[in-house]
Write a protein that binds this ligand. Sequence first.
Ligand SMILES: NC(=O)c1ccc[n+]([C@@H]2O[C@H](COP(=O)([O-])OP(=O)(O)OC[C@H]3O[C@@H](n4cnc5c(N)ncnc54)[C@H](O)[C@@H]3O)[C@@H](O)[C@H]2O)c1
Length: 259
Amino acid sequence: MPEPTPRYATYPSLRGKHAFVSGGASGIGESDVRELAAQGAKVSFVDLDVERGEKLAQELNDSGAQALFQRADVTDITDYVSKINNAAEQLGPITVLVNNAANDKRTPFADVTVDQWDTEIAVNIRHHFFAAQAVAPMMRGAGGGSIINMGSITAHLDFPNLTGYVASKAGIEGLTRTQGREYGKWNIRVNCIIPGWILTEKQLEVVAQPGDIEKLISEDQKIPNKLYGEDIARMVLWLAADDSRNCTGQKWVVDGGWM
Ligand SMILES: NC(=O)c1ccc[n+]([C@@H]2O[C@H](COP(=O)([O-])OP(=O)(O)OC[C@H]3O[C@@H](n4cnc5c(N)ncnc54)[C@H](O)[C@@H]3O)[C@@H](O)[C@H]2O)c1
């Protein structure tokens, strides 16, 4: 099994739990998968990227963890829910759900078409609702669970050309409150993480322009650190674990103090 980082906490309550992550083959989702597996959780994840997903699952299984990868497109709700149910059949009831998959594709405001708008909503928020609907009965049967929705700092700042993405991310905060209300009676907690700028491979290779990172750190973030997927995964671990057992319906900002 991969080892947890000695500098950081271990969570006995995660051992043996089945955690499911969408978009787990790369970026923050990959960090979530790795960190959950290092805590002894059984981890299933879906992604469009079959090559990376299979490689990650193989690596984790070779190291003694229990990991299951399936290809799924979270915008195809029927297929996606069938993959969630299949993961539960193989690894047991899902009691941690990390709604992470998203796409922050930029489109100039005036060029957004109806189809594009619908696609952006489908990839960025719709699946959060239906994945939770699919796992809630499992969590209820298991006596409770933790649903973690990935929001974004972009819903609180001033970002151009990200209309459907930002609208979805703002919606996820409201969705978190309504899900927290609906599911609380079954001891299912629902929380929203709001990441700042997290330097994933994609952000470094595709999004960041020269000087952007230095500017953010010197002018905007109050803590002068670069943030990585592991920084978000550690918040995921705490929200997934019993340590946060009385926290629900809330937002948890991990942004290095971006103000
Ligand atoms: N990186 C950041 O700076 C940042 C900031 C704020 C919020 N977030 C949020 O964190 C989460 C992860 O972001 P990231 O930066 O790791 O993204 P990423 O683009 O690096 O990774 C997203 C993963 O989701 C997968 N994916 C995309 N569309 C999919 C689909 N339709 N079906 C299944 N899988 C799909 C991708 O293949 C990829 O593996 C997202 O919800 C994002 O909005 C990220």
